[in-house]
Design a protein around this ligand. Structure first.
Ligand code: ATP
Ligand code: MG
Length: 387
């Protein structure tokens, strides 16, 4: 599956453009602040209905405008075309259609066009707070299974209800206690489903992680993820039961603090490099290598679960990764996936050195929101004095 055409009518600083991409490797070069990440964001939106940069999609509307509008045409493995249109008007909100049919729920888009994005904010997955790691797992699992996304949505809704009841309990006394118990059954049911799915996913990722980390770093250290569910770890059958038991134990503390203290919304995932926690001991280069290995493992799992090769978005790949590691990363993905790689004009030479430009990729240059396709590497070399 790959993105064949992209039409941006209005999005951030991008000028209206209609592009056709290579099903293999696409490079986007340009100076800082020209619109490279904005284009990557457009592709991500078409696959996941959300941005990876902001929760407030009004930010995607060009300054002094009132809407954004993008369209993509994907080709599946049978070469059937699927057309996705996203239109967000400031007053009426977002509308998404797939093959001319409007989606009643945006979550229906998730998983149809699997995608993996490596962007500068992702360093938080290995180095930031636990919420960033939970977010990573939620996005991956949602693309693998609509069921997970449904469980997660239900769980988050009940969590909100529970927290508001707990807050009332702290202020207004215990008369709402029964109300809390009504929610607990569903809370533990959906929570247990989430924990089971996360546990399976960690096991699957771990099957690939050490090999990819070895391929990228070429050293003897291994990388794996240790899942630390907030509900004490038990067999799948006992999980919901154990979860209820822990809720009972924590009941008075929850009531005092007015917030839900047990459940997968407090899960942690540790990245371990040869058994040492990366978050505490890792160098910047190790974080980046671990992150790229994680994305490679993510691609392998997504492919095996959905039977579709995900599109890879590698924004600013060369930042903090040396040329050799970049070359390994590209070689990991280029055989099977459609890849979009962005770099500054300086990175152009680096990609030439590592042979990334020798395999006839599609090249685009971005300047002041305008995207130009270059016919081949020689033509592009003369572009704006790059040599
Ligand atoms: P870098 O190499 O620094 O990562 P980039 O080419 O990836 O740069 P983008 O993040 O794509 O740059 O941003 C390009 C420009 O888009 C920035 O100057 C930014 O201010 C501008 N921009 C962001 N949002 C909007 C918007 N809603 N309307 C107009 N311009 C915007
Ligand atoms: Mg950028």
């Amino acid at each position: 599956m790959y993105l064949n055409e992209l039409q941006v009518s209005k999005l951030r600083n991008l000028r209206p453009v209609h592009l056709t991409f290579s099903p293999h490797v696409n490079y986007l070069f340009g100076d800082n602040a020209q619109g490279k990440t904005n284009l990557i964001e457009a592709i991500y939106l078409l696959c996941l209905a959300k941005s990876f940069r902001t929760r407030d999609e009004r930010e995607l509307i060009p300054f002094d405008d009132h809407e954004f509008l993008i369209e993509g045409k994907f080709h599946d493995d049978e070469q059937l075309e699927h057309r996705v249109v996203i239109h967000h008007e400031i007053l009426t909100g977002k509308k998404i259609s797939v093959d001319g049919k409007r989606l009643s729920q945006f979550s229906k888009l998730v998983g149809q066009f699997p995608i993996i994005c490596l962007s500068t904010g992702d360093h938080e997955i290995t180095s930031g707070p636990p919420a960033q790691r939970r977010r990573f797992f939620n996005v991956l699992l949602s693309q693998c299974s609509n069921r997970y996304l449904d469980d997660l949505k239900q769980y988050e809704q009940i969590l909100k209800q529970r927290n508001s009841i707990l807050q009332r309990l702290t202020t207004a006394g215990k008369e709402h206690k029964d109300e809390l118990e009504i929610w607990n059954h569903q809370f533990t049911h959906f929570g247990a489903q989430i924990i089971k799915s996360r546990r399976l996913m960690v096991n699957e990722l771990n099957q690939y992680l050490a090999d990819y980390y070895l391929a990228i770093t070429k050293n003897k250290w291994t990388l794996r993820i240790n899942y630390k569910p907030n509900v004490e770890d038990h067999s799948d059958e006992e999980l919901a039961f154990q979860f209820s038991g822990q809720l009972k134990k924590m009941a008075s503390r929850e009531m005092r603090q007015g917030v839900s203290l047990v459940g997968p919304h407090r899960d942690e995932f540790q990245f371990l490099v040869s058994d040492h926690e990366l978050r505490l001991y890792g160098s910047r280069g190790e974080h980046k290598s671990a992150l790229v290995s994680l994305k490679a493992a993510e691609a392998a799992v997504l492919h095996s679960r959905t039977q579709i090769c995900p599109i890879m978005l590698l924004d600013d790949l060369l930042a903090e990764l040396d040329q050799e590691r970049c070359a390994t990363v590209i070689s990991l993905f280029e055989k099977s996936s459609q890849i979009f790689i962005t770099g500054t004009t300086l990175d152009y030479n680096a990609f030439q050195n590592i042979g990334g430009l020798s395999k006839n990729p599609s090249l685009f240059f971005v300047e002041n929101g305008t995207l130009t396709r270059m016919k081949n590497a020689e033509n592009s070399a003369s572009y704006r004095g790059i040599n």
